[in-house]
Design a protein. Structure first.
Length: 235
């Protein structure tokens, strides 16, 4: 079992470095700056996506109408079609714009990053950039709407899950080769890493008003138990 001081140091370092995986923050435009056509278009696109998330979250995929999205975004309905072909395209772009940049950050993790450090960074990323933002609602929508609309689930699988699990498997394989862990369970089942995060999303939607959940603490406890098994030691 790793010394407590070493584990605390790794955790602190992971917390300090978590921003490396975060989606880049948007730069604000000063009052005197001249807005370009591209900037106005990007702002309108962002407003449509934000309004779509509000409508999908409140009404579900079937009941959401593009005219309601347009009204919430403060634009004419026809303007939406300048950016998105239909409601399915809009939903798919909501997935891509909110989650794919984070997946790219996971894929870019240093090849020599220790597996435990990777797991700590993953926790920080999930808590700060997913659970603590509206991205949590995107995941919840996939869970609730995916069974009825497999084409939307396929977009999420192809562009988020497939890429993220491949990145985890590659890092786990390097950890095995370096002798960091004995078991290959996490390589075979990378879902183990994100499982408590999905539980947290469901808990927040259903039960948080009755019993708030300390998501970060739960995920760290899960990591402690997981690594005890991977390293062949007692928790």
């Amino acid at each position: 079992m790793a010394p407590v001081a070493s584990r605390k140091k790794a955790r602190t370092t992971a917390r300090a470095d978590a921003d490396v995986w975060a989606a880049p923050a948007e730069k604000s435009v000063g009052k005197g700056a001249r807005s370009t056509r591209a900037e106005r278009s990007a702002a309108r696109r962002a407003a449509i996506l934000a309004a779509a998330l509000d409508e999908f979250s409140a009404r579900g995929f079937v009941a959401t109408r593009l005219e309601d999205v347009a009204r919430r975004a403060g634009i004419a309905k026809g303007t939406i079609y300048l950016y998105f072909r239909d409601k399915e395209t809009l939903f798919a772009e909501l997935i891509r714009s909110s989650l794919v940049p984070l997946v790219a950050g996971v894929e870019a993790a240093p090849r020599d990053l220790p597996l435990r450090m990777f797991a700590e960074l993953f926790i920080e990323l999930f808590v700060k950039e997913i659970y603590g933002t509206r991205r949590r609602d995107v995941i919840r929508l996939i869970i609730t709407e995916g069974p009825r609309f497999p084409q939307l689930a396929e977009v999420y699988y192809r562009e988020v899950i497939k890429r993220a699990t491949a990145a985890v498997r590659a890092i786990v394989q390097r950890a095995i080769e370096r002798g960091e862990i004995r078991s290959d369970a996490l390589k075979r089942f990378p879902q183990l890493l994100v499982a408590p995060g999905l539980v947290a999303v469901l808990w927040e939607a259903l039960f948080a008003r009755f019993e708030p959940l300390d998501v970060a603490a739960m995920m760290r406890t899960h990591i402690d138990l997981l690594f005890a098994a991977l390293e062949g030691r007692k928790p």
